[in-house]
Structures are given as structure tokens and as C-alpha cells.
Design a protein around this ligand. Structure first.
Ligand SMILES: [Zn+2]
Length: 455
């Protein structure tokens, strides 16, 4: 009797233990996981009803069902739903506003998302997650109206545009050139007006500029700026690289730069300096000169730049240089400034107000002060022997900023004078020409102010 009881309780304990172990196993197994699906949707507060809603649903055990519903004054409508035969770990949905919904004039629309995973938890029905969000409806495109612009733009040159823009839920505003480069705009003269200098990069044959204004609901307005495009051809020059040059200047620079350490071949050294070091130095210049201010600008009357008294032009802006050694092209580059030479260690003067933003050595450009004159317009002075300004210094017309020299990749004492508009090199000749400045900048601003004043 005793024995029988004890053997049955042992059996009971074994079965009970196995059941507990089974429950623990199932409880911890993936089949019975208890993690809810994770639903994410755009964090925008506004919806234009045109842009599809980006919804993503994720679950470790896989998803077996989802549904996206819309709630408006005319009731509930299922926008999409699906029961998945093969559970999916991640779903990316683009949910469109239904065509039948265009008669609805609600100012707010609620979206309800439900997702169920393939877990056997909850008596095999899975874990259910939900997300609800109410969007403010904004179907109105931003308002954009072009006020004035420079009549034309040269390849490699600069132009000005002034426009009016507004939107209740404004997000971004810029001028896009060749669908690549974005120029920031600056508040101009009166509330709601904006201005920017734009540039036609010298290495690009085509030019297209448009004002782009977007709002937080996904509405966008694009207005083409009708500049008259002025073609300009730049020189292509073939330059023979001599052994004397390789053993002299190049060997000297190769000794200094980290990029050429351990490189013995002098043609290889030249290629690294002319391409890799140049790219690195120009990247720094582009970064420094890409900044603009958000402050309102009312005036931008510049005097023509004339940095070096009696400076003779020794190389032009935009030259496409092809380098040859033993009749074989080994490298190429673009010369993105104007080279001027006068006496050795000639005084470099600025003719306009500005702030020094950089005054250090920069590789092939040597000692290089960079000055911001406002509106994203920068001047740079390469190969200086000495620099008289430091970063943060204000400069005034006729201040001496440096002395010419041959620091960096320069053969003789000269000034490399460069002008950049928001990180794009432009023709310095325009900014050295009183008449060009008057017609393309000063008069355009004056006209804009008159038009704004009258409205
Ligand atoms: Zn130069």
C-alpha cells in the first residue's frame, strides 16, 4: 500500500515536472514570444493627402496580419489590410489616400494601424499592436513669387535672385542649381522676402536654377529662375611636366605632405599632390565657404575687388589643365582662381568689409586667408608669404590682409585670388568689374526694394 502510493506519486511528480518544463520551454520559445509588433509612421504632424504615408511594421516572430484604417467625418475606411500566409519580419508600406476621399474636407484625419504577429501566445491568436495618429490636413502649396533676378549668368559666373515666399507650415527653402547644389537663401529687406547669390559651376555645361519651397505636409513649390544663359569657353591647356619640376618643387612638397610619405616615384608623387592633396584642400575650402547668415540683408553694395596693385594676370580662372609626361597624359585639374603677380611679397589689400574665417596653411594653396563678405560670398588668397589677419578678425576696405609669396604649390611669387559663392568657385573677374557689379547685383537689389516698397 505504502509502496504503491509512493510509486504513483513519483510518476505524478515526473509528469508534473515534464509539464512544467514543457510550459517553461514553450513560454521561452520563439513560438510563444510575447513581444508586440513595432509600428512606426512618419513623425510629421501634417499631411497633404498626396504623399503616401510611410509605415513600417517589424516583429521578430513574423507578422501575420495588418490593417490601416482612416477615420474621417464620413466614417471609417480600411485603406489596406492583408493576412500573410508566410509571416514577414519587416514590412514597409506606402499607403495612399483613397481617391474616393477627395470630397472630404476635414481639417484633421485619424489613421489607425493594427498589426498581429505569428506568435502562438494569447491562446494562439498572437500579439496585437496598434498605433493611432491624427494628422492636420494641409493641401496648400507654398506661395512663391520671383521679384527680381540678374538678367544673365555666365558659365562659371554668379547671379542674384530675390523672391517672396510663404507657407503656414514652412519646412525648407533654397535655390537648387542643376538638381545638385542647394544655395541657402537669406531674409531680404522686408518680412517674407528672400535673396541669394547663385553660381554656375565652371565644370558644368548646363545650368538650371529653381526656387524650391517645401512645407511640413509634403507640399512643394518650384519656380524656375529665367536667367539668360551665357556660354563661355575656358582654356584647355596642355602642360608638359619636366624632370626639373619633379625633382624640385614636387620632391619638396612630397617631403612635407603625409599623403606622399613612402611614395618614391616622382610622377606618382605629382599625381597624389595634384589630385588627392588638391581634393582634400579644396574640400576644406568648400566647407569653410559654404556657410551663410540667417540675418536679414538690406544692402550689399560691394566695391570691385582689386587685391594686388599693378597685379598682372599670370593664369586665368577656369583653365582646364592637362598634364603630360613623355607625351602621355598623367593628370588633370581645374584652375579655380585668378593668378596675379606684381613685386615679390606684394601687399594684398581688400576693398570690402568682411570677416576673416580662416587664416592658416592649406596644402597646395599655401598660407590662405579666407574672408566672408556676406551673402555667402567669400574671397580667398593663396600662396601668401605672410598673413596679417587671424580667424575672427573684421576687415575694412583698404586693410592689408597678407603678402604674396610662393607657399604651397606655386612656382613663383604670386597671388591666387579666388571668389566663392556658398562653396562654389566663380569667375573673380566679375567681382573685379564695377559695371558687372552694378548691373547684376546693385541694380537688381535696388529694383527689388522699389517693388517691395510699393506692394
Ligand atoms: Zn592659382
Amino acid at each position: 500500500m505504502r509502496k504503491k502510493r509512493s510509486s504513483s506519486s513519483v510518476l505524478f511528480l515526473i509528469i508534473f515536472g515534464a509539464m512544467i518544463a514543457g510550459v517553461i520551454y514553450l513560454y521561452n520559445s520563439k513560438m510563444f514570444e510575447r513581444d508586440l509588433p513595432v509600428i512606426t509612421m512618419t513623425d510629421a504632424q501634417y499631411w497633404n493627402l498626396k504623399k503616401p504615408l510611410d509605415i513600417s511594421i517589424e516583429d521578430n516572430s513574423g507578422l501575420k496580419f495588418y490593417e490601416v484604417k482612416m477615420v474621417t467625418s464620413s466614417g471609417e475606411k480600411v485603406l489596406t489590410h492583408e493576412a500573410l500566409l508566410t509571416p514577414q519580419n519587416k514590412l514597409e508600406l506606402k499607403v495612399e489616400y483613397p481617391k474616393m476621399g477627395y470630397g472630404i474636407n476635414d481639417t484633421q484625419i485619424k489613421i489607425i494601424i493594427t498589426a498581429v504577429d505569428a506568435s502562438q501566445w494569447n491562446f494562439f491568436s498572437g500579439n496585437t499592436a496598434g498605433l493611432e495618429k491624427t494628422f492636420i490636413v494641409d493641401k496648400k502649396k507654398p506661395y512663391v513669387s520671383l521679384i527680381t533676378n540678374s538678367y544673365g549668368i555666365y558659365k562659371g559666373g554668379t547671379a542674384l535672385a530675390i523672391f517672396k515666399a510663404n507657407d503656414e507650415n514652412l519646412e525648407d527653402m533654397y535655390i537648387e542649381v542643376n538638381k545638385k547644389k542647394r544655395f541657402k537663401v537669406q531674409p531680404f529687406y522686408a518680412e517674407g522676402y528672400y535673396a541669394a547669390l547663385v553660381a554656375w559651376p565652371v565644370v558644368e555645361d548646363k545650368f538650371d536654377a529653381r526656387i524650391v519651397v517645401t512645407d511640413k505636409a509634403g507640399n512643394a513649390m518650384r519656380v524656375h529662375i529665367p536667367y539668360y544663359h551665357k556660354a563661355k569657353s575656358y582654356r584647355i591647356s596642355k602642360i608638359k611636366i619636366s624632370d626639373r619640376f619633379l625633382k624640385g618643387k614636387i620632391a619638396q612638397l612630397a617631403y612635407d605632405y603625409p599623403e606622399t610619405q613612402g611614395v618614391e616615384d616622382s610622377i606618382e608623387q605629382f599625381k597624389i599632390i595634384n589630385e588627392d592633396v588638391r581634393a582634400k584642400n579644396e574640400k576644406l575650402i568648400h566647407e569653410i565657404t559654404s556657410k551663410t547668415s540667417d540675418k536679414m540683408v538690406s544692402d550689399f553694395s560691394l566695391k570691385p575687388f582689386y587685391p594686388l596693385r599693378n597685379g598682372q594676370k599670370v593664369a586665368s580662372f577656369g583653365d582646364h589643365r592637362l598634364y603630360y609626361y613623355a607625351n602621355e597624359q598623367i593628370s588633370e585639374s581645374y584652375h579655380l582662381g585668378l593668378d596675379l603677380a606684381s613685386v615679390k611679397m606684394g601687399e594684398i589689400l581688400t576693398q570690402n568689409h568682411g570677416i576673416t574665417v580662416f587664416a592658416e596653411e592649406n596644402g597646395i594653396y599655401g598660407n590662405l586667408p579666407i574672408i566672408h563678405h556676406g551673402m555667402g560670398l567669400y574671397t580667398i588668397y593663396g600662396h601668401c608669404s605672410s598673413v596679417k589677419v587671424a580667424a575672427g578678425d573684421s576687415v575694412r576696405p583698404n586693410d592689408q590682409i597678407a603678402n604674396t609669396g610662393k607657399s604651397g604649390y606655386a612656382m613663383g611669387d604670386h597671388l591666387h585670388f579666388g571668389v566663392l559663392v556658398q562653396g562654389v568657385e566663380v569667375r573673380p573677374e566679375e567681382w573685379m568689374d564695377k559695371e558687372w557689379i552694378r548691373l547684376n547685383i546693385t541694380e537688381v537689389m535696388k529694383n527689388a526694394k522699389q517693388l517691395i516698397g510699393r506692394s
